[in-house]
Write a protein that binds this ligand. Structure first.
Ligand SMILES: NC(=O)C1=CN([C@@H]2O[C@H](COP(=O)(O)OP(=O)(O)OC[C@H]3O[C@@H](n4cnc5c(N)ncnc54)[C@H](O)[C@@H]3O)[C@@H](O)[C@H]2O)C=CC1
Ligand SMILES: CC(=O)N[C@H]1[C@@H](OP(=O)(O)OP(=O)(O)OC[C@H]2O[C@@H](n3ccc(=O)[nH]c3=O)[C@H](O)[C@@H]2O)O[C@H](C(=O)O)[C@@H](O)[C@@H]1O
Length: 899
């Protein structure tokens, strides 16, 4: 891209370490800046103005392309108590309050007023604070497409964090070194400073849109430690800039005549380029040289070793002097980048000291790539299995040794030395050390392209997400509801009524005809007019053709989740349906599962199938779980007014899920994970099952003691807190409360947990119909009748009042038991004309009318479901015996037995 004709995108490039500050870290930022324009990006650099730094190098400026905007913001003048308070305000936005309070209390307790204790994450935070405060004066954020920050110092990321929050731009955080897991430090993990920094790092890596590390080892540490998704972390290694090597030829550069270069030509020359600091020690290497010299394997005047800058020159010089090696081991001090490369180009062997401990395994020193391009043998010192060892082996450029492997180091030095002595080294380098693909991939230009690719992907992703959200906002999204039952139909109507176009899917053709052609509802408590209106205004259409899924923006699954005959979860409806729609899924769609199920279902059963189709969850496909709370027949709440819990597979999934539901439901409650949302639903239903079990047990106790349980519940309910009333009945019914708890029981077994409350409530509730039948027997007995051949009328067939749903209804169970004992059973239900066909049992019964004549024919009337439509006074007047399981009759009547 020429960049002249196409407008470049702008990246705000936050880098404290920027020319004239030099040192190892600056190269990465400098070269990115140098090449970003080649890939369509214009950097706007934010760096420090006046500063002190260990190394300055004015020559670095020549690498910065003309016209690059550099915003320089000064550090603050004085850091007084006021200023420190300001900084604590910054911390408070990024560190959890309890941890920050603990930190403050420790500072106060031990009077830690030293700035080292107060400046977090490092001494550059006052500068970062100035940037946060001042940047808006220098930068028009409407023109910025993306924010990039690079560490160290880690304060750079604090700026990134704030700016992303404030301006809502994609943010890339580049870690040139790991932070709290940095091999350079050995933190006490209980120390409060470590804890605070760890929290900062966590917030930053979670909030940034992309994390960049310089090695795959560091990337996998980040993923592991902070539980980040694979594609959140990208490795972009350090590299070399081909332009820096213009004047450097392969092999030894003999053209120069300066004294030490002549010396380099006369003696076998080992060079450690760049800086050596912290816990990276040259001592083992010095010992190896000592052994070679003492063992007469290399004569002192035949070898010279150069170190550039080290932070302990004096200590090392003394060590070398004690061993009589001062002639052949020298320290040149800090050199400019150009000078240092030139010097290194005359080496016969390049030395690379990474570090001794295991943690150094994940570190490449930046210089290694320049070493590779210098085409010289390299001797690395790092733990076995390190990324450096891998790199040297892959490129065939050298060998790595761990710090104790003196023998290995000696023999490798000797191997190269002997070639040098026989004057074969140069020829060997020219022949074997070519600049091939393995090396070119580390060219800074190529690595900058990789960075630009990361930027482009984020920008593209942001636009993509915005387009989805806009579709939702403008109600242009097409919603698909799969499963048009008790949950699916009202949900479809709610979306349609709020202005969406909805396609309803069901495999039951009868439901499709009812909706599309008859335009009526097939669920009692849903009014026909709702269906008619939505169909007629073109907002609702039903089909069994799954290929229409490809037209959808959101797919909501409302499919049955029953138990199988072993009382284990039967997910076959959900799984079959997902399999059915898989071929028609496309990028940008959202799937929401609403069926009740155990924690882990969405993650284990749905996501892998979608991923297998090549979609990336949270990137180009979105998955949420949002439990349905529809309460059939409840006139006080509608789908719109019951708060909706949503959990997402990723943050972005959650964002999109919430925006969809928010557009039709008054209150949406986001939770942090799919599993949390799944368990929320189960907790609600288990809570009901257990409490109903408890009150049923209390009913039996109260009955034996001659106490009226209904009076007791009424009295207990006057307590304004801490008591929620539940009512006894003939048992538990419905598709949900008797079944859902066992989804958790099943899953809990996987974790070795036995859900005792659930089992116990199940037992109590299941035996209720038997207890009720015993009460019928007792009542008949009082009139000297047997159950056998008695006429029993069961009032209400549905599982609860005012609905027409008979799933798991205790009335059905009662009929079954009564029939098995030889009773003549009848039923009456205003909403159910015929006993429905059921898998487990069927009785050829039709609802009878409640007339005086019919009631008088009965030996017992058993109130199982207390529909409001029943005239209970009339029933009381005309029945010989009533067994009341629902507390309909609160006074005491001769012909009523409470059960
Ligand atoms: N009924 C209720 O009040 C509530 C139910 N739930 C949960 O919601 C889920 C759905 O329950 P309901 O709506 O009651 O079930 P339902 O049985 O009334 O409706 C399910 C619908 O899905 C259809 N279906 C089955 N397989 C299909 C497939 N492969 N493709 C297309 N359609 C298919 C059926 O024909 C039926 O119309 C369950 O997990 C349930 O536990 C949650 C809250 C309340
Ligand atoms: C009010 C409420 O929380 N409803 C949730 C519930 O609905 P459902 O239609 O199963 O009603 P509900 O729990 O009242 O009756 C079940 C049985 O218990 C009996 N029942 C009830 C209460 C009582 O005190 N005593 C009693 O015996 C009763 O007689 C029944 O036999 O589960 C749905 C689901 O997850 O699918 C949720 O979406 C709903 O929000």
């Amino acid at each position: 891209m020429s960049g002249e004709c196409v407008k470049r995108k702008k990246v705000l490039f936050i880098a404290y370490v920027f020319p004239p500050i030099s040192g190892s870290g600056v190269q990465r930022s400098l070269k990115f800046i140098k090449y970003l324009r080649n890939y369509g990006w214009e950097p706007v650099v934010v760096t420090v103005g006046d500063t002190k730094a260990a190394f300055f190098d004015e020559t670095l400026f020549s690498d910065i392309p003309e016209g690059i905007e550099i915003i320089r913001i000064n550090r603050p003048g004085i850091i007084d108590d006021f200023y420190v308070n300001e900084l604590f305000n910054v911390y408070s936005k990024i560190v959890p309050v309890n941890i920050l309070n603990e930190y403050i209390s420790i500072i106060n307790k031990y009077k830690l007023i030293n700035l080292n204790w107060l400046l977090l994450p490092d001494v550059h935070i006052p500068w970062a604070n100035e940037v946060i405060k001042e940047i808006h004066k220098y930068c028009n954020f409407d023109e910025i497409d993306l924010i990039y920050s690079t560490s160290g110092p880690y304060s750079d990321h604090i700026i990134g964090y704030y700016l992303k929050k404030e301006y809502n731009k994609p943010w890339v955080a580049d870690f040139r070194d790991e932070w709290t897991n940095n091999p350079m430090i050995k933190p006490n993990k209980k120390n409060i400073v470590y804890i605070v920094l760890r929290e900062m790092e966590k917030k930053i890596v979670e909030f940034a849109d992309k994390i960049i590390t310089t090695t795959d080892g560091a990337a996998s540490n980040y993923k592991k430690i902070f539980n980040l998704k694979d594609d959140k972390v990208v490795t972009i290694t350090n590299g070399y800039d081909e332009e820096d090597f213009k004047e450097i030829s392969l092999g030894k550069n003999k053209s120069n005549n300066k004294d030490n270069e002549k010396d380099q030509n006369k003696r076998f020359t080992i060079i450690h380029n760049g800086v050596l600091y912290g816990n990276r020690s040259p001592i083992p290497f010095i010992n190896v040289i000592k052994n070679l010299v003492d063992g007469n394997k290399i004569s002192k005047d035949k070898i010279v070793v150069y170190f550039a800058y080290t932070d302990k020159d004096e200590e090392y010089k003394a060590y070398i002097k004690e061993r009589g090696l001062e002639e052949c081991i020298q320290f040149s001090g800090y050199l400019s980048h150009k000078e240092s490369l030139k010097k290194a180009s005359n080496a016969d062997l390049l030395l690379l000291i990474i570090g001794e401990e295991e943690k150094w395994k994940t570190v490449h020193a930046g210089k290694v790539f320049e070493y590779l391009r210098l085409c010289k043998p390299i001797m690395g010192l790092s733990p076995k299995g390190s990324v450096t060892e891998e790199l040297l082996t892959e490129t065939g450029r050298g060998k790595n040794f761990d710090f104790s492997d003196y023998e290995g180091m000696e023999s490798y030095i000797l191997e190269i030395y002997e070639k040098w002595q026989e004057d074969k080294l140069n020829a060997c380098i020219l022949k074997d050390y070519k600049i091939n693909e393995d090396i070119i991939k580390f060219e800074r230009k190529n690595l900058t392209k990789k960075l630009a690719d990361v930027f482009n992907e984020l920008i593209h992703h942001k636009k993509f997400l915005e387009s989805i959200k806009n579709k939702i906002k403008e109600k242009k999204a097409i919603i698909g509801i799969i499963g048009l039952g008790y949950v699916g139909l009202p949900l479809a109507l709610t979306f349609a009524e709020s202005g969406y176009r909805v396609i309803g899917f069901d495999k039951d053709e009868k439901k499709i005809v009812k909706i599309n052609e008859e335009k009526v509802s097939y669920i009692k408590h849903i009014h026909d007019s709702r269906v008619k209106n939505s169909v007629e205004n073109g907002r609702l259409f039903a089909t069994s053709d799954l290929s229409k899924v490809e037209n959808l923006d959101a797919i909501i699954l409302c499919l049955p989740t029953p138990l199988n005959k072993y009382r284990e979860p039967d997910l076959s409806f959900v799984i079959n349906s997902v399999n059915g729609i898989l071929p028609f899924l496309k990028k940008g769609q959202l799937i929401s599962l609403e069926s009740t199920t155990y924690p882990g279902t969405t993650e284990e059963e749905i996501i892998p199938k979608i991923e297998k189709r090549g979609f990336k969850i949270g990137k180009d496909f979105f998955v949420v779980y949002s439990p349905e709370r529809e309460d059939p027949g409840n006139l006080n709440f509608t789908t719109k007014t019951v708060p909706k819990v949503v959990g997402g597979a990723t943050k972005t999934c959650l964002e999109i899920g919430v925006s969809l539901y928010e557009s039709v439901i008054e209150e949406v409650v986001p939770v942090n994970s799919l599993k949390a949302a799944e368990l929320t639903k189960l907790l609600e239903n288990i809570y009901r099952a257990v409490n109903i079990g408890l009150v049923n047990e209390m009913k039996i106790v109260a009955d034996k003691m001659g106490i009226d349980i209904w009076e007791v519940i009424k009295a207990a309910s006057t307590k304004p807190f801490g008591f929620t009333p539940f009512y006894p009945g003939p048992g538990l019914g419905g598709h949900c409360i008797p079944i859902d708890p066992f989804y958790l029981t099943w899953k809990a077994k996987e974790y070795g947990i036995c859900t005792k409350f659930i089992e116990l409530a199940g037992e109590v509730n299941t035996m209720m119909p038997f207890w009720v039948v015993d009460k019928v027997v007792e009542g008949l007995n009082n009139s000297e009748k047997s159950l056998k051949n008695s006429n029993i009328l069961v009032l209400g067939l549905s599982y609860k009042k005012n609905i027409d749903d008979t799933r798991e209804s205790p009335s059905v169970e009662l009929i079954k038991i009564l029939k098995s004992k030889g009773a003549n059973v009848f039923f009456s239900d205003p909403y159910i004309k015929k006993f429905p066909k059921k898998r487990k049992c069927f009785f050829d019964l039709e609802s009878i009318e409640i007339t005086a004549e019919n009631l008088e024919k009965m030996d017992c009337v058993l109130i199982s479901t207390d529909h409001d439509a029943f005239d209970f006074d009339f029933i009381l007047r005309h029945s010989k015996l009533i067994v009341d399981t629902r507390g309909v009759y609160r006074g005491s009547y001769e012909n009523v037995i409470k059960a």
